[in-house]
Design a binder for this molecule. Structure first.
Ligand SMILES: [Zn+2]
Length: 465
C-alpha cells in the first residue's frame, strides 16, 4: 500500500483529490499521513529510502490568498512540461503537458523523484470546476462559456489533462516501485438522448409552410421540398406518427443494440406543451407508451431537468418526484431513476449539483460545453463532485459530457463539416479509451431528420479505431 504524506492545510480538499486520483482513476490503495513539516506531497511505498515528492503550490497558496479569489487562479500563459520528462519515466506521450499549477522543474534519481508540477492541485482545479466559481461571465442561457475556461484559452479542451496528470503520477510511482499494482477499470461508450421534442413541427401544418420555404430559399433543394411533402403526407395526413422524423427512438436503440450499448433517454417532467421545455406532457399516454417501449428493450430512463430548474432546488425535487410517479405508472421501479442532465446544459457550479443531490439523484451528465466539444472537467472518468462553497466532498457523481450532437455542426457552435466532425469525435473517443475512461455522447432524437445526421450517429458509434 502507498503512503501519502502531507501537511494538514486544505485537508478536506486533499483527501478528496487523493480519493479521486489515486483511488478512483488510478485504482491504487493508499494511506494518508499528516506531517506538518512538509510543504510538498510525498509518496512512499515499502522501502522507506525511496520517495516521490510532488509540488503542492495550489493548496499552499491559501496560506496567503483567499479561497475562490481571482488571485488564486492559474497564471497565464501556462508553462508546458516537455515530452523528455515523460520519456525518462518510460511514458509515451503525444503532447507537452500544460502545467496548471507548479513548475516544469523535476529531479530524477533511482531513489528519488521530485516533480515541480502540482499534480493534485491542478487536478483539483479541473475536477471541482473551481474557475467557474471565480469567473463571473455567463452566456445568454446563464452558462459558463467555454471561451472563459482555462482549457479553451490554453488550447487543451480536447485533452483529458486530469487523466494525463494521473498517468504521469503513475509513471513516477511505477519507475520507483515496479511491483506496485493498480486496478484500472475499462472504458465504456455512454450514449444518451435528451428528449426535448416528440413531434417535428415541420411535418405538420402550419410548420410545413416554413419548412418548404427553408428548403427552397435556404437549402435551395427540390429534393428537400419533395422530402418535406412526403413527410407531411405520411405524418399529418395519414397520421403515421412513427414516421415523424423526430420519432427516431427505434432507430437509436437499433444502432446502440448492434454495438451492445444501453442508451439512456432523459425526459422533461413537465406538463406544458409548446414551451421552452419541449412539446409533450410527461404523463400523457404517448410518453408512457414510449417509456414502456424503452424499458422493454432494456434501456435507461432518466431526468432531463427543465430550463428554469438549474438554480431552483424545489423545482428539481418536484420534477424528479413527478418523473418517478410517471415511470411507476409505466410499470417501472422509481429507484431506477438515478440521473440525467439539465436542459440546455444550464448549470451553475455551486448550486445545481446541490439540487441534484437533494433530489436523491446519484449522477449528472451535464458537464460539457454547448459551444465546443471536449473535456470540460479535464477527465473521461466518472468522479465524485466537490462542493467548493461549503468545502466538502459530494456523493453526486459527475459523468462528464464529451460531445453534444449540435455542438459539432451547428453554425452557432463549432460549425464543422462532416469529415472534420467525425475526426474530432474520433479523437475524443480515442483519448477517452486510451485513458480507460468513458466516451460520453449526447444525441437528440430530434437530430436525426437528415440522412447525414443519421450517418454521423451511426459512424461515431460504429466506424472507429
Ligand atoms: Zn434539452
Amino acid at each position: 500500500m502507498l503512503r501519502v504524506y502531507t501537511n494538514s492545510d486544505c485537508l478536506e480538499e486533499k483527501q478528496y483529490i487523493f480519493r479521486q486520483i489515486l483511488g478512483n482513476i488510478s485504482g491504487v490503495e493508499y494511506e494518508l499521513y499528516i506531517d506538518e513539516d512538509l510543504s510538498e506531497i510525498v509518496v512512499k511505498y515499502k522501502e522507506e529510502k525511496k520517495s516521490l515528492s510532488i509540488n503542492s503550490s495550489f493548496f499552499n497558496q491559501f496560506k496567503s490568498l483567499q479561497w475562490l479569489s481571482k488571485e488564486s487562479l492559474p497564471k497565464q500563459p501556462l508553462k508546458y512540461l516537455k515530452k523528455d520528462t515523460f520519456s525518462l519515466l518510460n511514458l509515451d506521450v503525444e503532447e507537452e503537458l500544460p502545467v496548471i499549477y507548479g513548475s516544469t522543474e523535476y529531479d530524477f534519481s533511482p531513489e528519488n523523484i521530485k516533480l515541480g508540477v502540482d499534480i493534485f492541485g491542478s487536478c483539483f482545479f479541473m475536477l471541482s470546476r473551481y474557475e467557474e466559481l471565480v469567473i463571473e461571465e455567463k452566456d445568454i442561457h446563464g452558462r459558463f462559456p467555454a471561451k472563459q475556461s482555462l482549457a479553451y484559452k490554453e488550447g487543451f479542451l480536447m485533452r483529458p489533462v486530469v487523466d494525463e496528470y494521473t498517468e504521469l503520477l503513475w509513471g513516477a510511482i511505477n519507475f520507483l516501485w515496479p511491483d506496485c499494482r493498480r486496478k484500472r477499470r475499462s472504458g465504456k461508450t455512454l450514449v444518451s438522448c435528451d428528449v426535448d421534442y416528440l413531434k417535428d413541427s415541420g411535418a405538420y401544418f402550419p410548420g410545413i409552410v416554413k419548412r418548404m420555404a427553408g428548403d427552397l430559399l435556404v437549402r435551395k433543394s427540390l429534393k428537400e421540398v419533395l422530402k418535406s411533402i412526403r413527410s407531411f403526407y405520411q405524418v399529418a395526413v395519414l397520421k403515421k406518427k412513427y414516421d415523424d422524423p423526430f420519432y427516431s427512438f427505434d432507430l437509436m436503440m437499433d444502432v446502440c443494440e448492434e454495438q451492445n450499448l444501453k442508451m439512456a433517454f432523459y425526459f422533461i417532467p413537465k406538463n406544458n406543451k409548446k414551451s421552452i421545455d419541449g412539446d409533450y406532457d410527461i404523463d400523457s399516454d404517448e410518453v408512457i407508451k414510449l417509456m414502456q417501449k424503452i424499458m422493454k428493450r432494456g434501456h435507461e430512463i432518466g431526468y432531463h431537468a427543465s430550463y428554469d430548474s438549474y438554480k431552483e432546488i424545489e423545482k428539481t425535487i418536484a420534477e424528479v418526484t413527478l418523473l418517478k410517479k410517471v415511470y411507476e405508472k409505466a410499470g417501472g421501479n422509481a429507484d431506477d431513476i438515478t440521473g440525467g442532465r439539465q436542459h440546455y446544459l444550464r448549470w451553475e457550479t455551486g448550486v445545481t449539483e446541490k439540487n441534484w443531490e437533494a433530489a436523491g439523484l446519484t449522477y449528472d451528465s451535464t458537464l460539457g460545453y454547448a459551444e465546443h466539444i471536449g473535456f470540460r472537467c479535464g477527465t473521461s472518468h466518472e468522479y465524485n463532485f466537490y462542493d467548493c462553497v461549503n468545502r466538502k466532498p459530494m456523493k453526486l457523481k459527475i459523468r462528464p459530457l464529451l460531445i453534444m450532437d449540435c455542438s459539432l455542426i451547428d453554425k452557432k457552435y463549432m460549425g464543422l463539416d462532416f469529415d472534420t466532425a467525425m475526426n474530432q469525435a474520433a479523437l475524443l473517443r480515442r483519448k477517452s479509451f486510451v485513458n480507460r475512461g468513458n466516451f460520453t455522447l449526447l444525441w437528440h432524437n430530434s437530430f436525426l431528420r437528415e440522412s447525414f445526421k443519421k450517418k454521423m450517429f451511426r459512424n461515431i458509434l460504429e466506424k472507429f479505431d
